[in-house]
Design a protein around this ligand. Structure first.
Ligand code: MSP
Length: 653
């Protein structure tokens, strides 16, 4: 086991929302970092999780008429499913309702209290439920609005336990001075220092006006403030304080918290103060990344412009989307998500640059070297230049990954791609046909193949599947998804004589003609218009053969739904009223003419197919918001279901 260790965490996501491209962005970035560190030989641990307590969750549960525990159990599923489908390589996913977490947090509270840092008082001030944060007047936007866009903040007055945060002003400033890299990027460190220098006020850490939280030890009229509970996940997931598996001791000293810039204060001020109070070491680093907008607009449920990472996966595959997210935004700065830019990157960087290089090389190896890796020969200056570039890039890209500069690492890797393309062009191995040319030809082809192997290794943290496919093209046995190809890989490890499989393209181009269909399927126009569907009047495509173009099919939004409840519609023997989970905030009601074939109990739990974008219609006084699909044979309707697992809301295409 390596001595070098790396522990990377994501924020734990609130389960009142569903995974979207913003949370997906944090997951992809941390996954790239975890995969890079594993490849570079670090003993790595990668943690994500779900934030399931607090007033915001309690309210969301109540609005669905569910008990909070039932609500969080239901809402955790889409996250667990999404991360599994996106193939993120976390070793652990902690939920704050798990006993291992709750007992750890209570111990942390007791430790802080035993230090004399907790006292009972009264909170009389402002609170934003959307942020689960306390604010003062000067934090607010005009009109008393939350600075993060959650609307009007509330005034609350209640008995509360306080954490003596004010006493940590000096210790924190000292800690920042001794650890100038604690907050990254550096501009964020300055922000944190200025905030703390203004002086800290004690922090209210318990609530009495609702009960969905971890009880305060010794006073169960209070539940803990959700951030005291949530931040502790980073150590409770390692098994603190008992540390039965030694994970806390092994990984905590190398903890890197990757978070969005919106939650910096919690991580860079409150959390290290809590840890210092408990006599524990603060993490090594808090890295705040920027905010992802959609075509320049903030992503929000109200604007209906959130982008579903799974819809992107089904359309483009995981790796191209990961590549785009890591390449097009500078990690640490705000970035914009645009479908057109994504398609542009797929066609230019992936299909043109890397894809053509790999495919062309594989074809050349078949044509000129009999489908085997050629002899390893020294070659001349040109070969030496490619090798020198590969060695520089191996070092440079690793430095960038270590510094969390993913876009710069990719830029550096692409210089090897360009250099290798130029090298083939100028060497023209296809002209080296005679026996006499064999040494030159071997040197050229070996250099080309070896450069591609290096590219396969180096892009693997960003595009694990594509990296494996590239290595497979070179006849190499790619390591399983759970293990990264090692980094660095010394030049010349490709064994001459290795037999190569037939060449097959790895990065397909997206044809211009298919773009309108893609945009329709992904609801891009709606997302770009900020929720309002753009109409294209009079643009009907006619076809005399009765066939429709694919994008017409794409206008029907078919989704997987799970039947939660069913009941007969009174005064008819044909209709059932069904409540269906389509992965939305609340279930939908459908009315379906299937009572002849099904009793209500037969339907509950079935995964059915629903037309989700049908205009609502009233049937026998009940509004039906969608239509389920059924095949009627011999007068008996049979509902369509899904073969295998598919979470509610999964798009059918
Ligand atoms: N539950 C708290 C975090 C507790 S950590 C101890 C929370 N959860 S959240 O669900 O609101 O998710 C926060 C994180 O999701 C952000 O910090 C960020 O990492 C990610 N993002 C959510 N929307 C995002 C964008 N639009 N763009 C980039 N990241 C985004 O806060």
């Amino acid at each position: 086991m390596s001595d070098s260790r790396f522990y990377v965490t994501t924020p734990i996501f609130y389960v009142n929302d569903r995974p979207h491209i913003g949370t997906g962005y944090t997951m992809v970035a941390t996954d790239v970092l975890a995969r890079f560190h594993r490849a570079a030989g670090y003993d790595t641990r990668y943690l994500t999780g779900l934030d399931e307590h607090g007033q915001k969750i309690a309210q969301a549960a109540a609005s669905q008429g569910l008990e909070p525990q039932a609500f969080v159990d239901k809402m955790a599923r889409p996250f667990v499913d999404a991360w599994s489908l996106l193939d993120t390589s976390h070793e652990d996913l902690i939920r704050t309702t798990e006993p291992r977490h709750e007992s750890g947090v209570q111990k942390l509270w007791k430790t802080v209290a035993e230090r004399g840092d907790v006292y009972l008082g009264e909170y009389d001030g402002l609170y934003c439920i959307g942020c689960e944060a306390y604010y003062t007047e000067k934090d607010l936007q005009e009109g008393g609005l939350c600075p993060q866009g959650h609307g009007k903040v509330k005034k609350i007055k209640m008995p509360s336990y306080f954490f003596k945060l004010s006493q940590y002003t000096e210790p924190l400033l000292r800690f920042y001075e001794e650890h100038p890299d604690f907050v990254r990027p550096a501009s964020r460190m300055n922000e944190v220092v200025s905030f703390v220098k203004e002086g800290l006020r004690d922090l209210s850490i318990s609530r009495t006006n609702f009960s969905w939280g971890i009880p305060v030890p010794g006073d169960d009229k209070h539940v803990m403030y959700v951030w005291f509970d949530a931040l502790s996940n980073y150590i409770t997931a390692l098994g603190w304080p008992e540390d039965p598996d030694g994970l806390y001791e092994r990984y905590w000293p190398e903890a890197h918290h990757v978070i969005g810039k919106d939650i910096l204060r919690f991580h860079a001020v409150y959390w290290p103060a809590m840890l210092l109070s408990a006599g524990l070491k603060p993490p090594r680093c808090v890295f705040a990344h920027g905010w992802l907008t959609i075509n320049g607009r903030k992503m929000s449920k109200t604007l209906r412009n959130t982008v579903d990472p799974l819809a992107l996966k089904w359309e483009f595959g995981n790796d191209p989307v990961r590549y785009y997210l890591m390449r097009d935004t500078v990690f640490g700065l705000d970035g914009d998500f645009s479908h057109d830019a994504l398609i542009g990157r797929i066609n230019s960087d992936l299909a043109n640059d890397l894809g053509n290089l790999v495919n062309r090389s594989a074809n050349l190896l078949h044509k000129l070297a009999g489908g085997r890796v050629p002899e390893k020969r020294q070659g001349g200056e040109k070969e030496a230049a490619v090798r020198a570039r590969a060695e520089t890039v191996t070092r440079e890209a690793a430095e960038h990954f270590h510094a969390f500069e993913m876009s710069r690492a990719i830029e550096s890797i692409w210089t090897l791609c360009a250099e290798t393309n130029r090298f083939i062009q100028s060497s023209q191995p296809w002209t080296m046909k005679s026996e006499q040319d064999a040494p030159r030809r071997d040197a050229c082809l070996y250099t080309m193949a070896e450069a591609i192997r290096q590219l396969g290794h180096m892009i693997s943290p960003v595009m694990p599947e594509k990296g494996r496919q590239i290595l497979t093209q070179l006849g190499l046995e790619a390591p399983p998804m759970s293990r990264e190809p090692a980094w660095p890989s010394a030049w010349g490890e490709l064994a001459p004589g290795t037999e190569l499989p037939p060449a097959s393209p790895i990065f397909p181009r997206i044809d211009k003609k298919s773009v309108p269909g893609i945009r329709t399927r992904l609801g891009v126009d709606r997302a770009e218009a900020g929720g309002e569907q753009k109409k294209e009047p009079g643009k009907e495509e006619k076809s005399g053969d009765g066939l429709i173009p694919i994008d017409h099919f794409g206008t029907v939004d078919l989704r997987v739904g799970i039947v939660l409840e069913a009941q007969p519609v009174p005064k008819t023997d044909k209709l059932l009223q069904i409540s269906v989970d389509l992965g939305e905030d609340s279930p939908r009601t459908l009315v379906a003419g299937i009572a002849k074939s099904y009793s209500p109990a037969d339907l509950v739990g079935k995964r059915i197919i629903v037309v989700a974008n049908l205009k609502p219609a009233k049937l026998r006084g009940v509004e039906s918001r969608g239509m389920l699909l059924a095949a009627t044979y011999d007068g008996m309707p049979r509902v369509l279901t899904v073969d295998g697992e598919a979470p509610p809301g999964t798009k059918i295409s």
